[in-house]
Design a protein around this ligand. Sequence first.
Ligand SMILES: NC(=O)c1ccc[n+]([C@@H]2O[C@H](COP(=O)([O-])OP(=O)(O)OC[C@H]3O[C@@H](n4cnc5c(N)ncnc54)[C@H](OP(=O)(O)O)[C@@H]3O)[C@@H](O)[C@H]2O)c1
Length: 328
Amino acid sequence: MTYLADDKRYDTMKYRRLGKSGLLLPAISLGLWHNFGDVDNYINMKNMVTKAFDLGITHFDLANNYGPNPGSAEKNFGRILKEELMPYRDELIISSKAGYTMWPGPYGDHGSKKYLVSSLDQSLNRLGLDYVDIFYHHRPDPDTNLEESLMTLDLMVRQGKALYVGLSNYNAEQTAKAVEIFKELRTPFVIHQPRYNMFDRWVEDGLLDVLEDAGAGSIAFVPLAQGVLTNKYLKGIPEDSRANNPTAALKVKDITEEKLEKVRKLNELAAERGQSLAQMSIVWVLRDRVTSALIGASKVEQIVENVKALDHMEFTAEELKRIEEILK
Ligand SMILES: NC(=O)c1ccc[n+]([C@@H]2O[C@H](COP(=O)([O-])OP(=O)(O)OC[C@H]3O[C@@H](n4cnc5c(N)ncnc54)[C@H](OP(=O)(O)O)[C@@H]3O)[C@@H](O)[C@H]2O)c1
């Protein structure tokens, strides 16, 4: 049966302005890094994407290399678009990236014009789109002149293949340099995508200030520390968890007793707030200047639970103090 989006999809989601740009993002966005590859169940991914959209998640984040195999997440999302979501294209913000290894040889990685141009063309082909809404350089390339990578992003906008551009994994200093170049070129640089969660807070040491000064916003990836900042690992390693998946980035050895001790205490605090720990972890990354929390999911129910986080976004000073003490 043809998918019809829920009429109420815009009733509860919160939309937040990306810096000083014209673009609004949902407070929660869905990333397709895991669970959307060749090895995953297509019906499950289609259900996750359509449920997300029904809940007002208008932003879906991809990259050339998401899979496995690399490229397959874009291919699968392209199929979902074609089968279900294309009538809603103008309601969607679809992003992709290039910067990590994608194909063999000297032109399939990093930040050269040759790589970035070819990669975006390949992404558009897999997605079945004429343009992406946001195109990112996925990581800084120390061996390519910054101007070359950034002028290529600018070119993509001029060619109409991307509406806005972003940077990911650039540190505060690299971002500040990039902002100067973008200003000169008048490139619509509107977003930075950094790793950010209660266990990894590097963005607080300068990056958010640089972005604020530049009038750009941010979207925090891995807000749940790949699932560790939920209640899921408190009683061991569940069979259907990312840590138990050999193709996934999270390894059992990363879930240390020291981390679990903190997770237990955070879980208690979340319960006192009337939230699950997943929900508290999401609203925590949104408490100061971050525009959107970029979650992943393996099941529809996780998306439903996570979106409910927005029912209770405020923290008392006492709660924030307790979180700081737990994380020490
Ligand atoms: N720019 C970059 O360099 C970069 C790097 C990494 C990621 N990203 C982006 O960030 C997105 C999110 O990354 P991520 O998937 O690692 O984020 P995450 O939100 O920290 O972790 C998602 C995982 O947590 C678990 N989970 C989610 N909701 C849950 C809930 N309510 N209760 C229990 N477990 C829950 C699921 O794992 P299970 O499989 O165990 O159920 C899910 O796959 C990616 O898809 C990608 O778009 C960007």
